[in-house]
Design a protein around this ligand. Structure first.
Ligand code: ADP
Ligand code: MG
Length: 238
């Protein structure tokens, strides 16, 4: 089943084109990576999927449902950003349950979900801390936890690891991979890091100047690049 369809999406700011006729069909359970150099339009595309931004042309469907006019909060998605965007005055526990409170999830169920996700991410011991009392890696875990408690149709990640040091980045990458294998979630993940793309993706969309240059599995992108840009960017010999 198609979890996400992006159909003829274009975006321009005034006369400046940022996305040009993007078409992608993403299946349920896929780990899709949007990769490309800084400024190629990755975040803009992610924000259009989430409803934080609107396309100039084209449309988005999530779970087969057209998203025209559907607000971000009603799209059944969860986003994780590079800046973790945790609420600084709330404990980890409250950061994770706040969204459920807003959606009026019963208290008992909130506690069960919190327990399960905290165990999954190994952050049980951190629940009573404030974000300022956490390391960068722990904050990123909490940000992921906050997304996981939503159990959304679609996870959107925008360069979630780029603020972490190299060692932690590799650890968290493997953790995200394990989580995906375990939960089977549908993920669209933005990065400018080719290795991250090669390690995580079931399919990679390579972007350049607002155009998807190739959309294929990692092996194909690496060994049979569609053009010189893809070959150079993904690091395979031309
Ligand atoms: P990426 O995430 O791939 O680095 P972005 O999607 O953030 O790229 O940006 C793509 C292009 O759109 C960039 O050239 C950026 O300067 C431009 N852009 C992004 N947001 C705006 C905006 N609000 N107004 C004008 N230009 C923008
Ligand atoms: Mg970006």
């Amino acid at each position: 089943m198609s979890a996400l369809t992006i159909r003829n999406v274009s975006k321009h700011y005034g006369p400046l084109p940022v996305l040009k006729d993007i078409n992608l069909e993403i299946d349920s359970g896929e780990f899709t990576i949007l990769v490309g150099p800084s400024g190629c339009g990755k975040s803009t595309l992610l924000n259009i999927i989430s409803g934080l931004d609107t396309a100039s042309e084209g449309m988005i469907e999530i779970g087969g449902r057209p998203m025209n006019g559907v607000a971000a909060k009603d799209r059944n998605i969860a986003m994780v950003f590079q800046s973790y965007a945790l609420y600084p005055s709330m404990t980890v526990r409250r950061n994770m349950t706040f969204g459920m409170e807003c959606r009026k999830v019963p208290k008992q169920q909130q506690a069960e979900i919190l327990d399960r996700v905290a165990r999954l991410l190994q952050i049980e011991a951190l629940l009573d801390r404030k974000p300022s009392q956490l390391s960068g890696g722990q904050r990123q875990r909490v940000a992921m936890g906050r997304a996981l408690v939503r159990d959304p149709l679609l996870f959107l990640f925008d360069e979630p690891l780029s603020n972490l040091d190299a060692k932690l980045r590799v650890e968290m990458r493997m953790e995200i991979k394990r989580l995906h294998q375990r939960l089977g979630s549908t993920i669209v993940y933005v990065t400018h890091d080719q290795i991250e793309a090669m390690t995580l993706a079931s399919r990679i969309a390579v972007m350049h100047q607002g155009v998807v240059q190739q959309f294929a599995d990692p092996d194909t992108v690496y060994n049979r690049p569609a053009n010189l840009f893809v070959a150079r960017f993904m690091g395979a010999p031309p």
